[in-house]
Design a protein around this ligand. Structure first.
Ligand SMILES: Nc1nc2c(c(=O)[nH]1)N[C@H]1C(S)=C(S)[C@@H](COP(=O)(O)OP(=O)(O)OC[C@H]3O[C@@H](n4cnc5c(=O)[nH]c(N)nc54)[C@H](O)[C@@H]3O)O[C@H]1N2
Ligand SMILES: Nc1nc2c(c(=O)[nH]1)N[C@H]1C(S)=C(S)[C@@H](COP(=O)(O)OP(=O)(O)OC[C@H]3O[C@@H](n4cnc5c(=O)[nH]c(N)nc54)[C@H](O)[C@@H]3O)O[C@H]1N2
Ligand SMILES: [Mo]
Length: 703
């Protein structure tokens, strides 16, 4: 792009470059970014106006991206621990010394016997969603090593499995068509905070007369802007969905033709739903039966008027024991009224299943060469780090390599997690941008590049465009892309195991970017414009064609049934249901803070200033009963631990439910705690996911 001209002299000055990239964060929006670079320095990041979903707009967090990249606390060179674990004392070392020591330590473990490398555990999630900087060279590295697998469950597996068992995989409506819907049910999602670009489509629909209904225990900023808000108790969504079906059935607001042609198990579901009167569900959900009837009138009314009805689910509702079943129950609803017949009707939770990612080409599972290492669930890392060797478990975890994740802050049941990370006999390597709570426990911290500094390709779980990220600037300090760190670590491992000298460990990032989609996405188009829309039907299930074994929307899942589960979507009470404990009477949810992304950005001061302090929102009745006022420092506690924060008496909290917002860095919170001090390692009904929002607590003034 042409540089600016000084009007007095007409001499070009400071020609700015505009580099097109992609937002790497774990967010459904996956925006197309444009970074302005002057003299090798990124001066600004803004939303790409040429990308329809981004439409030139970014969230507050990512529009501050240069503040994060050039943060004075960026880790700029490898660090080696000098003090006790967790105290955060490190000294600068060279890459050569760090990598050769790490390779020697890992090789020593792996060389003890055929399955010994299982004592080495990778731990990663979606710090970057990039296909290349997440599991490409890293996966090859751990496959070659024979390290334990990691089941990456911490976010979405309950809902993902619920969708897979109902619609076939993570597929759904195309997000842009929400703009044409006449009824939008926003279910378990604070879209303004965490799915802003969907919200823009919902706003268009609203201006064109659509009704918006929000189903969420918390009166979020999204609920404020909807016509109606149903503030149910956490973990009761399946009961609500079944009662909604009940009303559709008794009023005969059903698309009988769609049900007959394109669904499986209707008679059984019908009988099951008829047991769910609005009164029965209302008592469980803690809402009025009339609200359920009104919801059914709105939803069934769309069928009667021939108007499209759409549901935007998000992952908030599946972080409870029955999360998979809840997603299943909701995913069934569009088929009852034939909403899928319209391109602006149906449901969307995630559309990531639409992307033809060549995972095997990136990850090379063939490097396992017949070995089948055990799998560790990332949600239970707290318990697993503390487990001794046993025939059932295998070896104790002796080495941990963490990248793209901050488990000490984000994993449930922090006291266990911290205890595990504090083990003096655990060798821990953390690839990071910052000295997070997790990095404090590392033996080595290795500096990783940010999105402005490396290549990548992306999918999205909230729209159907593939994106390319070009590096805008050179790596800051001595930082290296994750891929490069694993390439160099592999080269050092090659001294101990020649398998690491395979050419697959020298493949470049650009080559990996090309390999990620193979020929399924036009890479030249990605290079030219930064994004490429997947070819997809506008109304994918208008005439059935679900990617399930039967090709139908599976109300009844034979696969679930064969696993000993209920084959029909059903309501499962929370592990920690309201009323089940006299000691801990309040349900706590801990949804995202708008200006953080999980625990990312907590250390960006301008964003932390907007969030203020760690808070727990309480309803006035619950606050009054405990003589708590806004601004008081409180203890939120249960059998697992205690979290200190400030109380905020707020109409956003419903009676009996408190909201502990955001995953703060422990060391930036009060008394070195965050909300995961309270959450449990219990797993969801499907997908072995976390149950962050299935958690009973008590709140008291700090004496
Ligand atoms: N700003 C911001 N954006 C984010 C994130 C962030 O931390 N900050 N996180 C990102 C990540 S990792 C993800 S997975 C996505 C999606 O992440 P989600 O967690 O789905 O994000 P939200 O939509 O903000 O929050 C979920 C909503 O569900 C509500 N909720 C909690 N329990 C229940 C329940 O039992 N039933 C119902 N109906 N609702 C419930 C919460 O009050 C909250 O408003 O968002 C991403 N986007
Ligand atoms: N109580 C409670 N806990 C939760 C949630 C909740 O709602 N409530 N949400 C859960 C959810 S949905 C999720 S997805 C998880 C998220 O948990 P994580 O995936 O751990 O997400 P972040 O906390 O954002 O941490 C990501 C880290 O990766 C680093 N990173 C980013 N890019 C790169 C890179 O290119 N290379 C390297 N080496 N590092 C990089 C960042 O600096 C950051 O510290 O948290 C879960 N925890
Ligand atoms: Mo997530």
């Amino acid at each position: 792009m042409a540089g600016m001209r000084d009007s007095s002299t007409s001499i070009p000055i400071h020609p700015d470059q505009q580099i097109v990239g992609a937002c790497p964060h774990d967010c459904p929006d996956t925006c197309s970014l444009v970074t302005t670079v002057r003299d090798g320095v990124a001066t600004q990041v803004h939303g790409n106006p040429a990308h329809p979903h981004t439409d030139g707009a970014l969230c507050t967090k990512v529009s501050r991206y240069t503040e994060r990249t050039y943060h004075p606390e960026r880790i700029l060179h490898p660090l080696k621990r000098t003090g006790p674990k967790g105290c955060g004392q490190f000294e600068r070392v060279s890459w050569e010394s760090a990598l050769s020591d790490i390779a020697a330590r890992l090789s020593a473990i792996a060389s003890r016997g055929p399955d010994a490398a299982q004592a080495i555990q990778p731990y990663s999630y979606a710090g970057t969603m990039g296909l290349v900087q997440s599991e490409s060279i890293a996966a090859r590295f751990f496959h070659q090593l024979g390290a334990s697998f990691l089941n990456r469950t911490i976010c979405a597996t309950a809902g993902g499995e619920g969708l897979a068992q109902t619609l076939g995989r993570k597929v759904g409506m195309r997000v842009e068509f929400f703009a044409e819907s006449k009824l939008i049910i926003i279910w378990g999602s604070n879209s303004i905070a965490s799915n802003l670009h969907f919200w823009r489509y919902a706003q268009v629909a609203k201006r064109n007369g659509a009704k918006l209904i929000c189903i969420d225990p918390r009166k979020t900023e999204t609920a404020d802007k909807c016509h109606e808000h149903i503030a149910l108790r956490p973990g009761t969504d399946a009961a609500l969905a079944l009662a909604l079906m009940h009303e559709l059935i008794v009023n005969d607001w059903l698309d009988h033709d769609y049900l007959a042609q394109y669904t499986l198990g209707w008679e059984a579901l019908r009988a099951h739903a008829l047991e769910w009167t609005p009164e029965r569900a209302a008592a469980i959900c803690g809402i009025a039966a009339e609200q359920i009837r009104a919801l059914a009138r709105d939803y069934g009314g769309c069928l009667q008027r021939g108007e499209p009805a759409a549901i935007r689910m998000n992952y908030g509702l599946q972080r409870v024991r029955g999360g998979g079943n809840a997603v299943r129950a909701i995913a069934c609803l569009p088929a009852l009224i034939g909403a899928w017949r319209h391109r602006a009707g149906g449901v969307l939770l995630s559309c990531s299943g639409a992307f033809p990612v060549a995972r095997a080409a990136l990850e090379r599972p063939d490097l396992l060469a017949g070995r089948t290492p055990r799998t560790i669930n990332m949600v239970t890392i707290g318990n697993d780090l503390l487990r001794p060797a046993s025939p059932a478990f295998g070896p104790a975890i002796e080495a941990l390599v963490v990248y793209n994740s901050n488990p000490v802050a984000v994993a449930p049941d922090s006291s266990k997690v911290v205890q595990g990370f504090a083990r003096e006999d655990l060798f821990t390597v953390v690839l990071e941008h910052f000295q997070t709570d997790t990095a404090d426990y590392a033996d080595y911290i290795l500096p990783a590049t940010t999105q402005l500094e490396h290549w990548d390709v992306h999918l999205s779980y909230g729209h159907t465009d593939a994106l390319l990220n070009r590096p805008a600037i050179a790596p800051v300090g001595e930082a290296k892309p994750n891929t490069q760190i694993f390439r160099e670590l592999a080269a050092h491992m090659g001294r101990h195991d020649p398998g690491f000298l395979d050419p697959c460990f020298t493949e470049s990032d650009e080559s990996l970017c090309r390999a990620a989609y193979g020929s399924a996405v036009d890479f030249e188009l990605l290079l030219r414009q930064g994004f490429a829309t997947l070819p997809m039907a506008e109304a994918p299930f208008a005439s059935g064609g679900f990617p399930t074994p039967s090709g139908r929307c599976e109300f009844f899942s034979a696969r679930l049934h064969s696993q000993g589960q209920d084959g029909l979507p059903t309501y499962l009470a929370n592990y920690e249901a309201v009323g089940s404990s006299a000691e801990f009477p309040l349900a706590m949810i801990s949804p995202p803070a708008r200006n953080f992304l999980n625990s990312s950005f907590v250390n960006v001061k301008s964003l932390r200033d907007i969030e203020g302090e760690p808070i727990v929102e309480l309803h006035a009745d619950d606050a009054q009963a405990r003589a708590i006022q806004s601004g008081d420092v409180v203890r939120v506690f249960n059998q697992r631990g205690e979290y200190r924060c400030k109380a905020k008496v707020s109409p956003r909290a419903r009676p009996g439910v408190v909201n502990g917002l955001g995953v703060w860095w422990r060391k930036l919170g009060l008394a070195g705690t965050n909300v995961n001090q309270l959450t449990s390692q219990n797993l969801t009904d499907m997908g072995a996911g976390p149950t962050f929002y299935d958690c009973l607590v008590e709140v008291a003034l700090l004496k």
